[in-house]
Design a protein around this ligand. Structure first.
Ligand SMILES: [Zn+2]
Length: 484
């Protein structure tokens, strides 16, 4: 296991600003030091976090510590408890604490809090599946629902973040940032920080794979049977292909976590998590559905982490196009069969046409709130938008374009890694699909999957239930190829 480049000790110079220019330089010299102590106990498990802010700009009037609203962490009852602090800090809203800087020289402001981890399977844990959680053998969480962010005058404080993770002797510490360590792990990050999985406890299963210059580490916790080889095989097969396809590589080593609490999967800036409990049907991890599921979370490393949507009106694009690109890539790499690709899209279509707002809501309507708790809109994003992606992929190829992976590749080439609806509309207009965009994104026209599969090169059997390959599969060979 190699030592990541960002694991190093950092010396910080604290500048005392005298002029506005110096104040601007002083922003760069600010530093936030987090210490996270894993504290398992008889009555429950807590993570105790110390935050020390150094190099506070002289013009700072207001300094706040804020836990993100991600996953409902900020207002989860009994989750965050403020503990003693070195300066006057008071609660200023859910998950939000304000420090009174006063007239004293702005030296160091410190804040200590505890997160009381709900037990896996408890009502509190099931209600908010992205909170840090624990059982007797391990604790698992994400940095976004664990570490408070620091804001000065309403803006995120610039500068480095140093994190020290501590655990009782003998307890492994495993994070998306730095992999596996014991007793202490130190990480240095930039101001953007990103979201990372973090775990304390001994994994029940582990797997490592290397292919070329791509390395994968998979850690499993809890009672599920060993799914690490299955997850590692998907990541190692797809990683180099996705890197070529999208023009940028995934994080290396790429780390995946498997836990036995529900909540599906979650991609993050520093690796993914898959839920896999003891109740999973025998052999499911060797099946095509599971492979595509893992690949969906992995594709989010590009579409979701490296590329970020402007706002939540693009949930349909992020989720639906991630799903389609995962299915397409799983097929092009041989992780799933061409038959399964077609069957899965027909299945998504039957769900979308019966349980979603397909045909009633335009994907490109910026006023739609997509997250309705698996209601008709969220179902449309996950099951209807992949069908739109199939339509656009088929028509790009009919227009002698390289196909849909080129969209992600081209967006990643732009300096601005954030995209909006206009960015997407412009790309499709440039590719000659402006009219299609009008009808099927700003409008609601969507041909049947059966028609689209036939245009891609499939032959559909008479009952329409099963899809099979053309006898002459050259058309499908082209459809499952990508040459940018
Ligand atoms: Zn997703």
């Amino acid at each position: 296991m190699r030592a990541p480049a960002f694991l190093f000790a950092l010396a910080i110079a604290v500048l005392l600003p005298a002029t506005p220019a110096a104040a601007a330089r002083a922003l760069v010299a600010s530093e936030i030091r987090y210490t996270l102590r894993h504290a398992p106990g008889e009555t429950g498990t807590a993570w105790v976090v110390d935050v020390e802010v150094r190099g506070i700009p002289a013009d700072a009037a207001r300094l706040t510590f804020e836990l993100s609203g991600w996953g409902g962490a900020a207002d989860a009852p009994g989750y965050l408890e403020a503990l003693e602090t070195s300066s006057s800090i008071h609660a200023a809203g859910p998950g939000r604490f304000e420090a009174l800087l006063g007239d004293a020289p702005h030296g160091v402001v410190a804040f200590r809090y505890a997160l009381h981890l709900p037990r896996i399977g408890s009502a509190a844990q099931r209600a908010r599946g992205l909170l840090a959680t624990h059982d007797d053998a391990y604790a698992f969480g994400y940095s976004w629902s664990t570490l408070v962010q620091v804001f000065v005058n309403g803006e995120p404080l610039a500068g480095k973040r140093t994190l020290t993770l501590l655990a009782p002797r003998g307890t492994p510490i495993i994070t998306g940032w730095a992999g596996r360590g014991t007793a202490e792990q130190r990480v240095v990050l930039d101001a953007a920080m990103g979201n990372a999985p973090l775990a304390f406890g001994r994994p029940t299963h582990e797997a490592e794979r290397s292919r070329g210059r791509f390395d994968v580490e998979v850690y499993q916790f809890g009672s599920g049977r060993d799914a690490t080889p299955a997850v590692a095989d998907v990541l190692i097969a797809a990683g180099p292909v996705l890197a070529r396809q999208f023009g940028t590589a995934a994080r290396d080593p790429y780390r995946a976590f498997i836990t036995d609490h529900a909540g599906g999967g979650m991609g993050s800036h520093f690796g993914l998590r898959i839920g896999f409990g003891a109740d999973q049907p025998a052999g499911v991890e060797e099946g095509e559905w599971f492979r595509a599921f893992v690949l969906h979370e992995f594709v989010h490393d590009w579409l979701g982490q490296q590329l970020v949507e402007d706002d939540s009106s693009l949930v349909w694009f992020k989720e639906g196009f991630t799903e389609y690109l995962a299915l397409w890539t799983a097929t092009s790499t041989g992780l799933v069969s061409r038959e399964w690709f077609a069957r899965r899209l027909l299945e998504l279509e039957s769900i979308a046409r019966t349980r979603s707002a397909l045909g009633q809501v335009a994907f490109g309507d910026p006023t739609v709130s997509w997250r309705d708790g698996d209601g008709p809109l969220e179902t449309l994003a996950y099951t209807g938008a992949p069908l739109l992606a199939l339509l656009l992929d088929v028509e790009l190829r009919e227009a002698r374009r390289p196909g849909l992976p080129a969209l992600v590749r081209d967006l990643l080439r732009r300096e601005d890694r954030a995209y909006g609806l206009t960015t997407l509309a412009t790309w499709f207009a440039d590719a000659g699909l402006g009219a299609r965009w009008q009808r099927s994104v700003l409008g609601t026209e969507l041909p049947s999957v059966r028609e689209l599969l036939e245009r891609a090169g499939y032959r559909i059997s008479a009952d329409g239930e099963e899809a099979s390959r053309l006898e002459d599969s050259r058309a499908l060979d082209r459809f499952f190829a990508f040459r940018p």
